[in-house]
Design a protein around this ligand. Structure first.
Ligand SMILES: NC(=O)c1ccc[n+]([C@@H]2O[C@H](COP(=O)([O-])OP(=O)(O)OC[C@H]3O[C@@H](n4cnc5c(N)ncnc54)[C@H](OP(=O)(O)O)[C@@H]3O)[C@@H](O)[C@H]2O)c1
Length: 264
């Protein structure tokens, strides 16, 4: 995104872990936290071809407990824990078509990717944060967790909704220990999987991408701002939430969706 803001280096000395930090929203978050001076670790399954020179990359499939154990071991050995955890991993990987299109395996995989892997990673990293009596955890949820579309994203929406509830409860438990826990729920954001989702949706409907986008927007009540978010816009909100400027914020779910959620 052009017209970069004049970043404040207010995360110097902080260590941040961003899951799924090599592409899309995760990459934008990792870059933004680096701009603010944080020492950033990113994790994903595949080593990126265009790795950020300042990011410390650790390969891990965060849905696999053994990979999470190795990830924590490496972080502890090299960096001694993290101050900021961005649980960004997630995505819509199951078919549309409502309840009858979803198998047990679909439900299990969607819950692993969007809920259980996050719970497992938090549990592994929290003891050190509790010891230090400080830390910030951000859970990347979705507008779908508040506004499920039965024919498009049922299992994904249910998993994100459960993530919202878990996040709220964890925030209440950890506030007395000096740890803040927040949720960020983006609406449609311009990333490769979102663009592919719209292309597939267009192919299913037998219409062009523009028309599919219009239909998708109207199915969700429309986006008053008339466009998707840029990943950098989501990252900007997160840079604020993890900073000391947001030190009284915990347990809230921040919606960033160009006005699309049609509720108060
Ligand atoms: N894009 C949207 O419109 C939108 C809207 C609302 C919410 N969200 C949420 O925002 C988050 C990021 O979405 P995105 O669209 O930016 O995704 P993305 O562009 O597909 O990026 C996903 C990242 O996660 C990594 N990843 C995938 N599976 C993994 C696994 N099992 N273990 C470790 N890393 C893994 C990917 O790298 P590898 O493939 O190399 O592993 C990549 O770095 C998700 O939680 C999503 O639900 C997105």
């Amino acid at each position: 995104m052009e017209n970069k803001l004049n970043y404040i280096k207010d995360l110097e000395g902080k260590i941040a872990l961003v899951t799924g930090g090599t592409k899309g929203i995760g990459r934008a978050i990792a870059e933004r936290l680096s701009e603010a001076g944080a020492n950033v670790i990113v994790t994903a399954r595949n080593t990126p071809e265009d790795a950020h020179p300042e990011h410390h990359f650790i390969a891990a499939d965060v849905t696999k407990p053994a990979d999470v154990a190795k990830l924590i071991e490496e972080i502890d050995a090299k960096l001694g824990g993290v101050d900021i955890l961005i649980d960004n991993l997630g995505g819509l990987t199951t078919p549309g078509g409502g309840f009858s299109a979803l198998t047990d395996e679909h439900w299990e995989s969607e819950l692993q990717l969007n809920l259980l892997s996050t719970i497992r990673l938090d549990k592994a990293l929290l003891p050190k944060m509790i010891e230090k009596k400080s830390g910030v955890i951000i859970h990347i949820s979705s507008v779908a967790g508040l506004q499920p579309l039965w024919n498009l994203n049922l299992a994904y929406a249910v998993a994100k909704s459960a993530l919202n509830t878990y996040s709220k409860a964890l925030a209440s438990e950890l506030a007395p220990q000096g740890i803040r826990v927040l949720t960020v729920s983006p609406g449609a954001t311009k990333t490769p999987p979102m663009e592919k989702f719209i292309e597939d949706f267009a192919a299913n409907l037998g219409v062009g991408v523009e028309e599919a986008m219009t239909q998708l927007m109207s199915a969700t009540g429309g986006i008053p701002m008339g466009r998707m978010a840029e990943p950098e816009e989501v990252a900007e909100l997160i840079a604020f939430l993890v900073s000391e400027r947001a030190k009284y914020l915990t347990g809230s779910n921040y919606h960033i969706n160009g006005g699309s959620l049609p509720v108060v």
